[in-house]
Design a protein around this ligand. Structure first.
Ligand code: ZN
Length: 153
């Protein structure tokens, strides 16, 4: 199996069996993002336990890459500290910008997203969930410091 086929298989597997898909009532952070280029949508909900991502869920619709990427993202951050999550985020961003290779990024299944780099339009699809995550980690949205994520849309 070629690397490209392996990447496709990982993405399709996450698309058909998304992890952490659903609502998370009362979540500390809720982010809505759209990718107008492709029509992808995502709602990302994060629950923090002090500095740790205690729980995460996403809902959305769109192309297989956007939804698979969201599933892979949630799987990679659940239970991790804010610092660890930021580290994964930076490596994914670097890999998708072509600043580092998939091997250098050392991200396991997430390296499958690198297969999208050859289709520039698709990079936005792959990065939608990660942009939502980036916004969700913004300290200004930290639990206890904002009156509720529903209010600031
Ligand atoms: Zn898309």
């Amino acid at each position: 199996m070629s690397l490209e086929d392996l990447y496709k298989e990982i993405i399709l597997e996450h698309y058909s069996k998304p992890r952490n898909r659903g609502d998370l009532p009362g979540a500390d952070v809720s982010i809505d993002l759209k990718n107008p280029t492709c029509g992808d949508e995502i709602t990302l909900k994060l629950d923090f336990d002090q500095d740790r991502v205690a729980d995460v869920r996403f809902q959305g619709k769109g192309c297989s890459i956007s939804q698979a990427s969201a599933s892979m993202m949630t799987e990679s951050i659940k239970g991790r500290s804010r610092e660890q999550v930021l580290d994964v985020l930076r490596r994914v961003q670097g890999m998708m910008r072509g600043e580092i290779s998939a091997e250098e990024a050392d991200l396991g299944d997430l390296e499958a997203l690198a297969g999208v780099r050859q289709f520039p339009v698709r990079i936005k699809c792959a990065m939608l969930a990660w942009e939502a995550l980036s916004k969700g980690l913004d300290p200004s949205r930290a639990p206890g410091e904002s009156p509720g994520s529903e209010a600031d849309r």
